[in-house]
Design a protein around this ligand. Sequence first.
Ligand SMILES: [Zn+2]
Length: 258
Amino acid sequence: MTAIAKLYVLLCGYEILPRSVCLRGGGNRFVESVPVSAYLLETQQGFVLFDTGINADLVRAPALRNQHFTKNSWEPPVVWPQHELLPQLRKIGIAPRDVRHVVLSHAHLDHTGNLRHFRHAKVWMQKSEYDFAFNGPGHPGVVRSDLDDPDLDWSFVDGDHEVMPGFTLLSTPGHTPGHQSALISLPQAGRALLVGDVGDWMANFENEILPGEASDDVAALDSIRKINRIHRDEDALMFVCHDPDLIQNQKLAPDFYA
Ligand SMILES: [Zn+2]
């Protein structure tokens, strides 16, 4: 039994990063252009968005671009018009208000950028991730203004949690303190894992390589192994958010997996 009918892959832009940000020890002299993915599920309980891409205003407005990227010696991401979230939803034939649930894998800005369009939706985050975003010392990758809208309808979880039949949140901490992933069931394609930033690339999973940044290395490796175990046991498809090779062969919205 699954409530999910379709999975759409939304390509929301590219980040320009040293390889070592994706693969620990991968070298600083390789500069990679990596995709930023988000996912939309059509379900019996309305549409569900898993991550929301980058806020294009941060890239385009000079003051914001400086504050969030240049000042930190980060290359600003690439967000072309075809990468913007709302036009991609329009192409699928839906409006933001059709999205009933938003899942945030974690609080980094390449996952939270368009949350402001979904004030009417239930927003799912691990409680420990929210605490990291708001009660921690602050992190340049967390844009609190993406998250501090008082009209957001938060639904905090602690650990693995079934949102609806065929859609389970998986606690996968380590990259950040409350990172989460999702295991979904598609009617024909079967199980699929939306892994967020547990590993940016397939190589993180194939070779158990830590992400460049982790709040807890031991937990991050445990989470890579948890995903690998489910991948193997459930014969699940892997949807890896930032893999530059994987994106070449994925169906992109408005095409979909069913
Ligand atoms: Zn991240």
